[in-house]
Write a protein that binds this ligand. Structure first.
Ligand code: PGA
Length: 258
């Protein structure tokens, strides 16, 4: 399968930014700019829980889809402060980011809890954006592939070739997130191709050829075209640059033109 037959997905990850009026303003600015991204291209904004309802109503009838930034793995119960997959589905949320490195780093998430969240999300009908990525120390130790293989394999335990259609993988080297230190297109391509190979080993070549793999980590309006031109990079998960409508649109247009 050729890259052009895979879905290209440009997703913003707003992190802990924007009040509801600010979220509405940003989405109103993004909507007309990205209206031409259709067919095999998806545009998503992953927003804080408090902005989900506003984001869904603001983007209704447009091609911008809405995602959450995390989900708990239990269906309901005594989990103060948590949000379940069913709650997100009921709101009309379509995507959810799972296993972002900031969740792993600051909130004690492990490959095992990432796996539980992923199974719960896709079991409830959400689409998951699964984040994997090595730290600078791991890269320098030469164990990037081992780390990526382990994170990918554990996160996808218990999934099947059919339900994996609802999973997107984002390769986000931890050292490139929010640092302005972007991976070179070659470095990003190398790991994205390795992730695809790992998926082929877990499932089969057809599944691997069909899965969308994004790059994330300081992707911006300037470097996006080069990254998105690579054969195994099917999109981007964008933090800082997704908070500016023009910059986010430049990245979407790079996917449209790519
Ligand atoms: P960044 O964040 O684009 O600000 O580096 C990417 C991410 O964390 O998803």
């Amino acid at each position: 399968m050729n890259k052009s037959t895979r879905k290209a997905i440009i997703a913003g990850n707003w992190k802990m930014n924007k009040t509801r009026p600010e979220a509405k303003e940003l989405l109103e600015a993004i909507k007309p700019l990205v209206a031409n991204a259709e067919g095999n291209i998806e545009v998503i904004a992953c927003v804080p829980f408090t902005n989900l309802e506003t984001a869904i109503s603001t983007t209704a009838g447009s091609n911008v889809k809405i995602g959450a930034e995390n989900v708990h793995f239990e269906k309901s119960g005594a989990y103060t402060g948590e949000i379940s997959a069913d709650m997100l589905v009921e709101l009309g949320v379509e995507y959810v980011v799972i296993g972002h490195s900031e969740r792993r780093q600051y909130f004690g998430e492990t490959d095992e809890t990432v796996n539980k969240r992923l199974l719960s999300a896709i079991g409830s009908g959400l689409k998951a954006i699964l984040c994997v990525g090595e730290t600078l120390e791991q890269r320098e130790q030469g164990i990037t592939e081992e780390v990526i293989a382990m994170q990918t394999k554990i996160a996808l335990q218990g999934t099947c070739p059919k339900c994996i259609k609802n999973v997107v993988i984002a390769y986000e080297p931890v050292w490139a997130i929010g640092t302005g230190k972007v991976a070179t297109p070659e470095q990003a391509q190398e790991v994205c191709a390795f992730i695809r190979k790992t998926i082929a080993g877990l499932f089969n070549q057809e599944v691997a050829d069909g899965i969308t793999i994004q790059y994330g980590g300081s992707m911006n309006a300037k470097n996006c075209a080069e990254l998105l031109a690579k054969s195994d990079i099917d999109g981007g998960l964008i933090g800082g640059a997704s908070l500016k409508a023009e910059d986010f649109n430049t990245i979407v247009q790079a996917a449209v033109n790519g």
